[in-house]
Design a protein around this ligand. Structure first.
Ligand SMILES: [Zn+2]
Length: 86
C-alpha cells in the first residue's frame, strides 16, 4: 500500500482560522473512527466537518480525508481525475 509522505492534505483550506481545532491524524483503521473538527470561535463550538480514514472511490487506496463527507478521492485521483474516465 502506497504511503505518500509529500501528501499536502494537512495544509489548511483557504479561510481557515486558528480557532479551528483539527484532530491529529491517527493510525489507519478502515474508516471506523470519525473525529469532529470544531470551530471554537463560536459558542458552543460548532462541528464544521469530520476527518477520518476512508477508501478512495477511484483507486480504493486508504487515505486520511480532511472531510469524510466531501472528500472521497485521494489527492492523487483528485489531481488526475479532472478529465474523468470513470
Ligand atoms: Zn485514489
Amino acid at each position: 500500500m502506497r504511503i505518500d509522505r509529500d501528501d499536502p492534505r494537512h495544509t489548511a483550506p483557504p479561510g481557515i482560522t486558528y480557532e479551528i481545532a483539527e484532530p491529529a491524524m491517527w493510525g489507519r483503521d478502515d474508516g471506523k473512527r470519525r473525529e469532529p473538527v470544531l470551530d471554537h470561535s463560536l459558542s458552543p463550538p460548532r462541528v464544521v466537518r469530520h476527518v477520518g480514514w476512508r477508501k478512495c472511490l477511484k483507486c480504493r487506496t486508504d487515505f486520511f480525508s480532511a472531510d469524510v463527507r466531501g472528500l472521497r478521492m485521494c489527492d492523487y485521483c483528485r489531481k488526475n481525475g479532472s478529465d474523468s474516465d470513470w
